[in-house]
Design a protein around this ligand. Structure first.
Ligand SMILES: Cc1cc2nc3c(=O)[nH]c(=O)nc-3n(C[C@H](O)[C@H](O)[C@H](O)COP(=O)(O)O)c2cc1C
Length: 173
């Protein structure tokens, strides 16, 4: 597990290679196995492989989402706020589990924040994504996870750079 965490980096450049169905299935099994508060499982997911839709989703934000247009796969993470008051935590856990599962099968990924972000001054990123994918109002959009075979190399994390000073034992200071 520690090795997986040290090697995982945000990957924003992808090969054009499509992601095999078995790998997409594995990612979705991992997502659906995510723990959630009171096991309510308020999340839902949209698997997007259509190039035109991915191109549209890449415009969700003015900054930080454009790289998505080269990705062969996007998984949109939704949460039903009418089912759980902690849907954000549940959706975030599912997101990182998808990212770690992707890393474990040789795929690169990057989180694209959608909630609390803007498409432009009039339209939120959530509203934009909702319109692109026909998502109903009760479902909030937490993030999009861009996924593909890595086409960039990044250095692994080194245990020497860990911020151990952020950890306290028994009492804060
Ligand atoms: C909650 C969250 C939101 C993020 N939003 C974006 C984003 O919108 N666009 C982007 O390119 N990267 C985004 N990232 C990726 C971070 O920039 C990245 O995880 C961080 O710089 C650490 O780099 P690493 O993932 O390679 O360890 C996000 C990561 C998290 C956890």
């Amino acid at each position: 597990m520690l090795e997986l965490l040290k090697t995982r980096r945000s990957i924003r450049k992808y090969k054009a290679t499509k992601i095999e169905k078995e790998k997409v299935d594995l990612l979705m099994k991992a997502a659906l196995l995510s723990p959630s508060s009171r096991s309510i499982r308020p999340w839902e997911f949209v698997i997007v492989t259509d190039e035109e839709l991915i191109g549209n989703l890449a415009k969700s934000k003015e900054h930080g989402s454009l790289f998505l247009k080269e990705a062969p796969l996007a998984i949109v993470i939704l949460g039903d706020e009418t089912k759980s008051d902690v849907w954000i935590e549940d959706a975030s856990i599912a997101s990182i589990i998808i990212q770690l599962a992707a890393e474990s099968i040789g795929l690169g990924s990057c989180w694209i924040q959608i909630r609390e972000r803007r498409h432009n001054k009039d339209v939120t990123s959530e509203e934009f994504v909702r319109r692109v994918l026909n998502i109903p109002k009760n479902l909030r959009v937490e993030a999009i996870i861009a996924i593909g075979y890595p086409d960039e190399k990044k250095s692994f994390y080194d245990e020497k750079s860990l911020l151990h000073e952020k950890v306290y034992v028994n009492q804060y200071k």
